[in-house]
Write a protein that binds this ligand. Structure first.
Ligand code: S3P
Length: 170
């Protein structure tokens, strides 16, 4: 049984949509950032501050390799998962990889009050625009993309993913 792997920039709704898909399919939801935090015993902010981003990326890489060997899970990834193409290649071996897209305005709206994302510390709008621009080709290269810009509810997005998964697995 394939995994469903949710990819996308911060604030595109991976976790929210993942929870809905989990509720409706009964498949377990594995949230990569939560697993990394639990195993490290510290927050994403503290991992970045104490150990640096390269260390976080290596924890993320190891976990992607590990989770890509599982079956029948919904895997919600961190926004930077696309930075290493090996992560996507591994997930594609046994997963329907779906990328959620959103424009900078939508992302800013969704993360405006968030303080848990180290890469957005400081001038959030500027950082979102810059990071989104530099990563755009990586997100857009994923074969299934859903643009969630301006969508007030995650429900239709979750349904699209379920339909896609069912049509791929029937
Ligand atoms: C990151 C996204 C975050 C988290 C870390 C780095 C990124 O996950 O993994 O702060 O590089 O885009 P979310 O996409 O769940 O916010």
């Amino acid at each position: 049984m394939q995994n469903i792997v949710l990819v996308g920039f911060m604030g595109t709704g991976k976790t929210t949509v993942g929870k809905l898909v989990a509720e409706q399919t009964g498949m377990p939801l594995l949230d990569m950032d939560s697993i990394i935090v639990e195993r490290a015993g510290k927050s994403i902010n503290d991992i970045f501050a104490d150990d640096g981003e390269p260390h976080f990326r290596s924890l993320e890489r190891d976990l992607a390799r590990e989770l890509s060997l599982t079956e029948g899970n919904i895997i919600s990834t961190g926004g930077g998962i696309v930075l290493n193409p090996d992560n996507i290649a591994d997930f594609e071996k046994n997963g329907l990889v779906v990328c959620l897209l959103a424009d900078a305005e939508t992302v800013l709206d969704r993360v405006r009050h968030d303080t848990a994302r180290p890469l957005l510390a400081g001038d959030k709008e500027k950082k979102i625009i810059e990071l989104l621009e530099s990563r755009k080709p990586l997100y857009e290269s994923i074969s299934h993309c859903i643009d969630t810009s301006g969508r007030p509810s995650p429900v239709p997005t979750a349904q699209e993913i379920i339909d896609l998964y069912r049509s791929n697995n029937s």
